[in-house]
Design a binder for this molecule. Structure first.
Ligand code: WT7
Length: 646
């Protein structure tokens, strides 16, 4: 029996949602989704109020997902203009730089002016409604300005995480045929410089990227970077003399807001497309209710804007709610392991949202770095990105939260736009390691491999059987891939790619991905991507990649590599391949283990049997299961004998 942490009555007394509200509202939301989501949509300001609430079909023959589709709104007006009358002087963004001496507060009025100026700049540079704009930036306010300025004129942003390589950036630019790239001269993380502009230059030399007409460069470090005329323009120069007024253009609710690339089990990353109305309704509602946001809260989500968490819970959700959101451009261990808590004290953070990998890394340093800061302002803690192990949950609760702050373990995905399974701190008792119960309007189901729906306590694959407004609408440029990936395996439902267990109280426990996706430090890496990076190396004949247990990252990357004839595995070659993958994809794809494999286990038809490789990588050689279908069962013995984790 797992431990239960009951709702704190003091928290519940003031909470937005309490137990009785949850039960009543949840029942209502799934019984009458139109009524529920129609009412909730009123939280936004619409240029034209929607009357058609939902138009959804999960039928693969006719798949479409539309919410509020006769409505019109502007996302940036909802995040900015709407607050000016009541919150003009309220801080919208607290920026905290990598260097602890650098921070700044930006009010809603200032942010509005900056976004208007940059929206005018975009127009001046020829960016039009529907054009794609790539954003490759550090965690500086200008990243949010760029996103909101795109939204203001109906341009579609595609934020690419600053840790991705030039090749990864080039692939995303090419796939979305971006017209512009917005970047900075350099980033700074943990005291180290990241050559963002140089990476953009390199990316734009790759084939398929000549859609880019302009590169806008924000001065971050001030280092001299080569500027190509007329392509490259400095942000601060362009902004001079721009008007601080730019009417927000109302767009249809289903107008695309952004594309965000994410890894799948096969092929190249998919461009997950989110649209305007439904996305903002869902991001703002979940932000307000899950974090129990109040007018005077200081909310800090440590995610980078390069990930969906940064989109929904650093920028769009908080700003739509008129909240104060912290943007942190640093790392948890710089200048020391106390940094998070120093920032909490410095800015009096009340709501704090981070990832299990960060918690585990901090946990390893002991309580000292936490306890030397007060953290008295904190009142709620959140977790996202991967299953949080109960030990880390308990530590987060006891050491960081002083047993005073409820924890919300929020399960969701890039595809879902916002949180789907989560506790509500005033309503739902928590169990360490469980994301608990569905949010309003979310209907999870547990199925077995054959698709039979399991009732009661059960373990299987996690489906969501009906749509919600924040759901992705398509894979950019490849609607068939959208259908095939999410709606083919279990017709009539959205397939999450996650395994799950539902306990006797109806609580959900996510068990991890059931596809060939590895969750490294809360970030998705497709095994296929790492494999294709490895085989691109001249000395590699073949590679197979699986996830393995990793103390800090949750999952690590375990690669089996077959070298071309005549090559020998060595420590130097291992280092060379690690560096190669980092260069090809980015540091997040760094292989943790490379095992030299004279052969890989394959079926007679030549398919690599990853199930076996996964078990070897997990040091469970006695659980390989049936290997009789292998073309050459002898290769397994060698791999088991030479395994790197034991
Ligand atoms: C995958 C989605 C959604 C924001 C960050 C990751 C895993 C995410 C949890 C959680 C257990 C979780 C799932 C999911 N995941 N949050 N609270 N408990 N697992 O977004 O890169 O799209 O990855 O992350 O496996 O499918 P993402």
């Amino acid at each position: 029996m797992s431990k239960v942490y009951p709702v704190d009555p003091a928290f519940a007394a003031k909470a937005r949602i309490r137990k009785a509200d949850y039960e009543k509202l949840y029942a209502e939301s799934v019984k009458d989704p139109e009524g529920f989501w129609g009412r909730i949509a009123e939280r936004l300001e619409w240029a034209k109020k929607p009357t058609r609430i939902r138009d959804v079909s999960y039928d693969p023959q006719n798949l479409h997902i539309r919410w509020y589709d006769d409505g019109q709104l502007n996302v940036s007006a909802n995040c900015l203009d709407r607050h000016l009358a009541t919150r003009g002087d309220k801080t919208a963004i607290i920026f905290e730089g990598d260097d602890p001496s650098e921070s700044r507060r930006i009010s809603y009025r200032e942010l509005h002016a900056e976004v208007c100026k940059f929206a005018n700049t975009l127009k001046h540079l020829g960016v039009k409604k529907g054009d794609r704009v790539a954003i490759y930036m550090p965690m500086i306010p200008e990243a949010a300005v760029a996103m909101l300025a795109c939204a203001r004129i109906g341009a579609v942003h595609s934020v690419v995480f600053g840790g991705f390589s030039p090749d990864s950036l080039a692939g995303r630019i090419a796939d979305s045929t971006a017209k512009m790239v917005i970047t900075a001269d350099e980033g700074v993380r943990g005291g180290k410089r990241i050559p963002l502009k140089a990476n953009v230059d390199a990316a734009l030399e790759r084939p398929g990227t000549n859609s880019v007409e302009t590169v806008v460069v924000v001065r971050r470090t001030g280092s001299a970077v080569p500027m190509q005329s007329p392509r490259d323009r400095y942000y601060h120069v362009l902004m001079e003399g721009q008007s601080a007024e730019c009417p927000a253009e109302p767009v249809e609710a289903e107008h695309p807001l952004f594309i965000l690339y994410t890894s799948g089990s096969t092929g190249k990353p998919k461009g997950v497309l989110h649209t305007s109305g439904g996305y903002l309704v869902y991001a703002s509602l979940t932000h307000e209710w899950v974090f129990d946001v109040r007018e005077d809260d200081v909310y800090w989500c440590t995610a980078d804007v390069g990930w969906v968490t940064g989109h929904s819970y650093v920028v769009y959700g908080p700003l739509a709610n008129g909240a104060t959101t912290v943007m942190f451009d640093g790392v948890p261990n710089y200048p020391d392991f106390s940094r998070f808590w120093q920032v909490v004290d410095k800015h009096r953070v009340t709501l704090f949202y981070t990832a299990p990998t960060a918690i585990r890394a901090l946990m390893r340093e002991g309580e000292g770095p936490v306890k030397k800061c007060s953290r008295a302002s904190l009142r709620l803690l959140g977790s996202v990105g991967e299953p949080i192990n109960p030990e880390a949950w308990e530590w987060y609760h006891r050491v960081v939260g002083d047993e005073r702050c409820p924890i919300v373990d929020t399960w969701w995905q890039t595809e879902t736009g916002g949180i789907l399974i989560t506790p509500l701190a005033g309503a739902i008792d928590t169990k360490p390691g469980s994301a608990t119960l569905p949010f309003f309007g979310i209907k999870p189901a547990v199925v077995d491999a054959g698709g039979a729906v399991l009732e009661g306590p059960a373990e299987g694959n996690l489906l969501i059987t009906d749509s919600w407004p924040g759901q992705m609408r398509t894979v950019y440029g490849d609607h068939q891939r959208f259908i095939d990936t999410y709606f083919k395996a279990y017709p009539g439902s959205y397939f999450t790619g996650d395994g799950v267990r539902r306990d006797e109280d109806g609580y959900y426990w996510i068990t991890g991905r059931v596809d060939d996706v590895i969750n490294v430090s809360g970030h998705r890496i497709g095994t296929a991507e790492v494999e294709s990076a490895l085989v691109a190396h001249p000395k590699v004949a073949e590679a197979a990649v699986v996830g393995c247990p990793h103390e800090i990252k949750g999952q690590g990357i375990y690669a089996y590599v077959t070298l071309v004839a005549g090559e020998q595995g060595s420590e130097e070659l291992r280092k060379e391949l690690v560096a190669w993958v980092r260069k090809e994809i980015g540091p997040i794809a760094t292989p943790d283990y490379i095992q030299w494999a004279p052969g890989l286990p394959k079926t007679r038809s030549g398919k690599i049997m990853r199930r076996i490789l996964r078990k070897i990588g997990e040091n469970q050689p006695d659980q390989l299961g049936d290997i009789s279908t292998l073309a050459d069962p002898a290769v397994v013995k060698n791999l088991v004998d030479e395994r790197l984790i034991r």
